[in-house]
Design a protein around this ligand. Structure first.
Ligand code: OGA
Ligand code: MN
Length: 208
């Protein structure tokens, strides 16, 4: 676990990045030990059985469309998740508290799924808010891939007002951005790409 001062620094970097640029990238949001504890959970070890092909769209309109996205996902239930995920939820909750104080937001809770992109799969350019009434405010990705090389691809590409920004899925790295503003895509990789994918919502989790 980072010291309180280190975590304060991380939170400030997230708040400053979101306020100034609409996104932030933080190295070592998770330590190597935390990443390995996550990869060692039953959820990740049994991913071939547990994870499901992700859909596109909301509820009834949801369809699997591999031309748009090819990832396999597993939604975390915060009350039944393995310990390493409970710790991750705690970190995100601290971050929510900090962002509410510093940026005067009213963020409530995060929804999080585990994600695996098999080699060769991708997620085409999109926005994380499906509709105007969407409650997703901040997208949060945390990557879990040891020794990732840029030649292996798999970058998250953000489409900013006058440039693109590529973020490689390096172990322990956190990428976050405003869900309502920043279009982005995931490029194909030559190896499996693992991450925690989440959204900070402006409503509690239990209201659907
Ligand atoms: C998503 C997404 C980005 C990434 O799941 O909506 O855009 O880097 N993921 O995995
Ligand atoms: Mn997205």
């Amino acid at each position: 676990m980072p010291s309180a001062a280190e975590f304060e620094f991380v939170q400030k970097a997230v708040a400053d990045g979101l306020a100034d640029n609409g996104y932030a990238v933080i190295e070592h949001f998770l330590s190597a030990e935390e990443v390995h504890a996550i990869l060692d959970t039953d959820e990740f070890r049994d991913r071939k059985l547990l994870f499901r092909k992700a859909g596109v769209g909301k509820q009834q309109e949801k369809q699997v469309n591999e031309g748009i996205r090819g990832d396999h996902i597993y939604w975390l239930d915060p009350s039944h998740a393995s310990q390493p995920f409970v710790l991750y939820f705690q970190k995100i909750r601290k971050l929510i508290h900090y962002l509410n104080q510093e940026l005067f937001l009213s963020l409530k809770e995060a929804e999080i799924h585990l994600t695996a992109y098999p080699a060769g799969t991708f997620y085409k350019r999109h926005l994380d808010q499906f509709r105007k009434d969407d409650h997703r405010r901040i997208s949060i990705l945390c990557y879990l891939n040891d020794n990732w090389k840029e030649s292996e691809g798999g970058q998250l590409r953000l489409f900013l007002p006058d440039a693109t920004k590529d973020i490689f899925p390096i172990s322990g790295r956190l990428a976050c951005f405003r869900s309502d503003q920043i279009e982005h895509e995931v490029l194909p990789a030559t190896r499996e790409r693992l991450s925690l994918t989440g959204w900070i919502l402006d409503r509690p989790l239990d209201i659907v």
